[in-house]
Ligand binder design. Structure first.
Ligand SMILES: [Zn+2]
Length: 307
């Protein structure tokens, strides 16, 4: 873990899928990019083909998903539901890519990050010459909003520990710690799908949202059961997906965070506020440095059991 060099995809990747909210088919191209380009989205369906850097400063809304936009103007071009794709980039240590999308949201695929991870592993990853930068946390920092909180503490490597507490008996209380010492450690996180309560589905449909949502791309629960015929991929798939969202959102820092991250009942809004707070204190709390340790053996990950 911890690449010393920046990385991009070996070849362009084409993916298509349904947009969760619009219900329309969207086409996504992930294109290799030069060193220090970062991750940037391009709305190729709009006349000026506006670019949106994948950065916390561009966050436009965090209602049900993370949406970034060109500017704070309400009519500014945007891209929604970027978090699972961002988590795939984070987990595979991809620093530089151009993501072309022909609509206002990233396709939801199966509700997890696994289709993105598989597509990237299929074409392979290229190591570039420029050095990779990391944020190393020097002091503990915590942000609370009501009963929700997220904290980062100094550590030699990155770990995530998360807990959730839902009223639905199917979800209930779940907690999980993952030490991010290898890509393999994230395999079950990549595979975990987004979820919602059946009552929320009905409310969203009435509001004209989640038009593309189905049992094909989300776990739907009632108070007492999982409604998907195939059941869960993991008993604690819910907290695993919350961790996926957190990893994807925190990638919008612009460089990987090294530290022990702990969160309780966190979501996109808290993640966004946390990053903004980290930026404000960054001179005291964070330093952009080279990683201490070189990449260890990097065996390919296998997510064959998805098929
Ligand atoms: Zn999610």
């Amino acid at each position: 873990m911890l690449s010393l060099k920046q990385r991009t995809v070996k070849q362009a990747i084409k993916l298509s899928g349904i947009g969760l909210h619009s219900g329309k088919t969207l086409h996504l191209n992930i294109i290799p990019a030069s060193e220090n380009f970062g991750i940037q989205f391009c709305r190729v369906d709009l006349p000026q083909k506006p670019m949106i850097p994948a950065h916390a400063n561009q966050i436009h809304s965090t209602d049900l998903n993370t949406t970034i936009a060109v500017s704070a103007d309400p009519s500014s071009p945007r891209v929604a539901t970027i978090e699972h794709l961002m988590a795939a980039f984070a987990g595979l240590e991809i620093d530089n890519v151009l993501v072309e999308i022909n609509g206002p949201e990233i396709p939801v695929m199966d509700g997890s990050a696994a289709p993105f991870v598989e597509a990237i592993l299929d074409v392979g990853i290229t190591e570039q010459n420029a050095k990779r930068s990391y944020y190393i946390v020097k002091d503990t920092f915590e942000l609370r909003q009501a009963d929700k909180w997220i904290r980062i503490e100094p550590a030699r490597y990155t770990s995530y520990e998360m807990a959730i507490d839902f009223r639905s008996q199917v979800i209930g209380q779940q907690s999980l710690r993952v030490d991010w010492t290898s890509v393999e450690a994230l395999e079950s996180i990549f595979l975990s799908r987004t979820f919602c309560h059946v009552n929320d589905v009905n409310a969203m449909r009435k509001a004209g949202l989640a038009l593309g949502g189905s049992l094909e791309n989300a776990i739907v629960v009632s108070d007492s059961e999982v409604m998907n015929p195939e059941g869960l991929r993991f008993d604690d798939e819910f907290v695993r997906h919350k961790m996926l969202d957190c990893i994807g959102d925190l990638t919008l820092m612009g460089a990987p965070l090294i530290g022990k991250i702990t969160a309780y009942k966190s979501g996109h809004g808290l993640h966004a506020a946390f990053m903004k707070a980290l930026w404000q204190i960054r001179l005291e709390k964070l330093t952009l440095v080279e990683p201490e340790r070189p990449r260890e053996n990097n065996p390919p990950i296998s997510i064959a059991h998805l098929a």
